[in-house]
Design a protein around this ligand. Structure first.
Ligand code: NAD
Length: 424
């Protein structure tokens, strides 16, 4: 079996490159043979479409749209659709693989995919975006489907775009098919609990990690970098469970209070302050970089990728890192962090609460029934705890970090499924 390498990613600290290097380590530890390894690193399908739309000024612009399905061996593929000028095929391939491992680690019956349109939605009117979403959906009519490939929001897209996708797909089929997409508005079949799901999964992962490290949440301190969807819910839910959140940050700055920040108030302040934390009362403003180096029990990076790198990993001063963001730690920083004895709950496990509740949205749509928030939370907590347990066990069994263990668990599941299904 031959395989042509995708164009190498040039930036060595690139998060996708980091993901591939960990994938390689885990595959070697598992003793995966070359053939399975090559199958797993090759996307199953790559689609590029040309999307001409009429702009508001009457001109016609042609955009490029992508959908990469990395694997559909565990079930229909799942992954967001990104609206961003940086969208390109290599990025789609890497993100699609990432989704495969994330779904496998929490043991939900989905494969991994990613889509995107190279555009700048901030420069487009709602009408232009709607036309773009609709033509993208029509072009993907044979790719998407509740049993084939299920899109979701990603950078630059949200419930509004998902509603248009669902509508266009449904029109083409002459019936309402809301299970073809997740992240829809509640009224169209979105799930209760989805908004807070990723932060909630981070909270569950943090408490599970603390239990292993014998840290009592009521005596624990924590800092959270990033105060958007993931960071603010993670902070709020941790605070509710007794953890003292002493510092939080966003792109506007960082705030510190040794007695613990009132997170509910911080969220209220952010929402009334154009979405930013700057000027938060009862807090001391601190250097945003410093938040990573504070001496606390738990650090939750929940902002963006590549914030812990070889340049600063040595200064990290915590017992537990729980990765709310995707790819916050570069692969080169892993060994520094591991040598310091810091336990890391990796992104593909810690932030998988979101995709888990997206799965529940799909299940509810297919059942034609709505679950209560309590049921959604209870079931997602159970999935997250069980995934943590499996990864922790693998870490002990193979004497590796939880990050490599998470890849081992995920790759093993996908590889075994390939082997049983056969067909090559
Ligand atoms: P968001 O846009 O709601 O929030 C991002 C937050 O990070 C904002 O507060 C922003 O100000 C802050 N930020 C950005 N750059 C920063 C920096 N350099 N330093 C400090 N703060 C910074 O995004 P989100 O949905 O919360 O996603 C955060 C991360 O979690 C991303 O990596 C995303 O891919 C990942 N993630 C999100 C979900 C989800 O369900 N939302 C699921 C899985 C993973």
């Amino acid at each position: 079996m031959s395989y042509i390498e995708p164009a190498p990613i040039k930036d060595r600290e690139n998060p996708f490159e980091s993901m591939m290097s960990r994938f390689k380590i885990a595959s070697q530890i598992l003793g995966l043979d070359d053939e399975v390894y090559n199958v797993l690193k090759t996307p199953a399908k790559q689609v590029i479409v040309s999307l001409p739309i009429t702009m508001d000024d009457g001109s016609i612009n042609v955009f490029e749209g992508y959908r990469v399905i990395h694997s559909n061996i565990l079930g229909p593929s799942k992954g967001g659709v990104r609206f961003d000028l940086g969208v390109n095929l290599d990025e789609m391939k890497a993100l699609a693989a990432w989704m495969t491992w994330k779904c496998a680690v929490v043991d939900i019956p989905f494969g991994g995919a990613k889509g995107g349109i190279c555009c700048d939605p901030k420069e487009m009117s709602p009408g232009e975006i709607e036309r773009l979403v609709r033509i993208y959906t029509l072009n993907m009519i044979d790719i998407f489907g509740p049993d084939r490939d299920i899109p979701a929001p990603d950078m630059g897209s949200g419930p509004r775009e998902m509603a248009w996708m669902m509508d266009e797909y449904s029109r083409a089929h002459g019936m309402t098919i809301n299970s073809m997409v997740t992240g829809k508005p509640l009224v169209l079949g979105g799930s209760l609990g989805r908004v807070e799901a990723t932060g909630r999964g981070v909270m569950v992962s943090t408490l599970s990690g603390m239990e292993k490290l014998k840290i009592n949440p009521y005596n624990a301190t924590c800092v959270v970098q990033g105060f958007g969807n993931v960071g603010s819910y993670a902070a709020l839910l941790l605070e509710e469970r007794g953890v003292k959140v002493v510092a939080i940050s966003d792109f506007s700055g960082a705030c510190y209070n040794a007695e613990g920040i009132n997170i509910k108030e911080a969220i209220r302040y952010r929402d009334q302050n154009e979405g930013i934390l700057s000027g938060l009362p009862d807090c001391e403003p601190i250097d945003p970089e410093e938040i990573l180096f504070m001496e606390v029990d738990v650090l939750v990076p929940a902002a963006t990728e590549d914030v812990i790198t070889v340049k600063n990993a040595d200064k990290i001063n915590t017992k537990l890192i729980v990765e709310g963001a995707n790819g916050p730690t570069s692969a080169k920083a892993d060994s520094i962090i591991n040598n310091k004895g810091i336990v890391v709950v990796p992104d593909i496990l810690a932030n998988a609460g979101g995709v888990t509740v997206s799965y529940f949205e799909w299940v509810q749509n297919r059942l034609g029934y709505k679950w209560t928030r309590e049921r959604v939370n209870r079931r997602s907590d159970r999935i997250m705890k069980e995934a943590f347990r499996r990864v922790f066990k693998a870490a002990k069994e193979y004497s590796v970090s939880m990050r490599i263990a998470a890849y081992i668990v995920a790759i093993d599941k996908v590889a075994q499924t390939y082997k049983f299904r056969g067909g090559f």
